[in-house]
Ligand binder design. Sequence first.
Ligand SMILES: NC(=O)c1ccc[n+]([C@@H]2O[C@H](COP(=O)([O-])OP(=O)(O)OC[C@H]3O[C@@H](n4cnc5c(N)ncnc54)[C@H](O)[C@@H]3O)[C@@H](O)[C@H]2O)c1
Ligand SMILES: [Zn+2]
Length: 361
Amino acid sequence: MEKIFVKTPMKTYPIVFEEDFLALADMVIQQNLSGRKMCILADKNTAELYGQSVLSQLEKVASAVYFYDFPAGEMFKNLESIYHFYRFFQENHFDRKTVIFALGGGVCGDMAGFAAATYLRGIPFVQIPTTLLSQVDSSVGGKTGVDFNGTKNSIGAFYQPEFVYINTKTLETLPEREFAAGMAEVIKYGCILSNAFFTFLKEKKEDIKNMNHSVLCEMIRQCCLFKADVVSKDEKESGLREILNFGHTIGHGIETKMDFQLLHGECVALGMLAVLELGRNRKDVTKQQLEEVKNLLQYFKLPLFVKYNSVKAIYEQLFLDKKVKENKIGFVLPKGIGEVYTTSNVQKQEILNAIEFVVKA
Ligand SMILES: NC(=O)c1ccc[n+]([C@@H]2O[C@H](COP(=O)([O-])OP(=O)(O)OC[C@H]3O[C@@H](n4cnc5c(N)ncnc54)[C@H](O)[C@@H]3O)[C@@H](O)[C@H]2O)c1
Ligand SMILES: [Zn+2]
């Protein structure tokens, strides 16, 4: 069984990579979690697709297994869903030892993690991410939470799982558009941390698109290594971890202003192009480098621009982000491909030009 370890001051835990769910019971035993009540939380889609396989594994090692499913989608990532989780936990007398299993994408993982972090001041939970985005990003690092009153992830907690179980075969049922959205985050790692990884993605793009299993595994594993490394150095985002927000500042602005019609990853793709253009104007990025990223995003059918009538409205939206401190927007800006720096010293006109690059009336 192949493992990567995430080391944080709060906890050290493994990420395992498998091609089925058959090793799940063993992992539960290895992590000293067997013999307890266990509860699978899944959205309707992942419940239907993978609920039974996970359930049959947990039945081997649990004192009792519970199953709770909820409607899929970002619009259900709210406190009302959490309320229903708590109700279910309480009705079934879950105690401090009960283990929660989040079976699904980032929405499920973020919510299950938050419920686990707060029920009885914290009960153990396990991440079983089933989307590309959740396998390369959201399941690793311990950020949990829900949206509140139209603001994304504004209620939450840092809370690390007991382990992360990645079954890469689950990606075979993932809709193409969701897969592409995950690829935006994958490409992000290349842009911020490794030119070599970016080159790997360029060279293997056909294999990735054709879901060549060993290439996919290598790619996901490498992303987890990147994320684990960044998170290990900065669990609570006081510095280094900010680089993971590359493309997210403008991306979030677009995401919110478009009323979440675009997927998160699609907005990240747009946000990355915008800051690459900003970097090009600063002479930190060449035209060719910008084109290379653009071509790769396009290959995975990610959007290169979006139709929206007000660049200014998106600009103003940036100041409403929870990451804005004293009216200063922190930007993660590129230096070529594979290196970034953070700064809040960015002129209004530079930002407007960057937004204009990807937002067309
Ligand atoms: N915690 C973090 O650090 C972090 C990082 C990035 C994103 N996020 C959050 O993650 C969320 C987005 O996650 P997501 O993109 O995984 O979305 P998601 O959880 O909504 O899943 C997308 C869709 O795919 C379906 N699905 C999931 N797995 C499937 C599979 N294997 N086969 C078929 N369908 C499947 C789901 O039912 C859903 O309809 C956002 O809420 C975002 O804020 C969190
Ligand atoms: Zn993201």
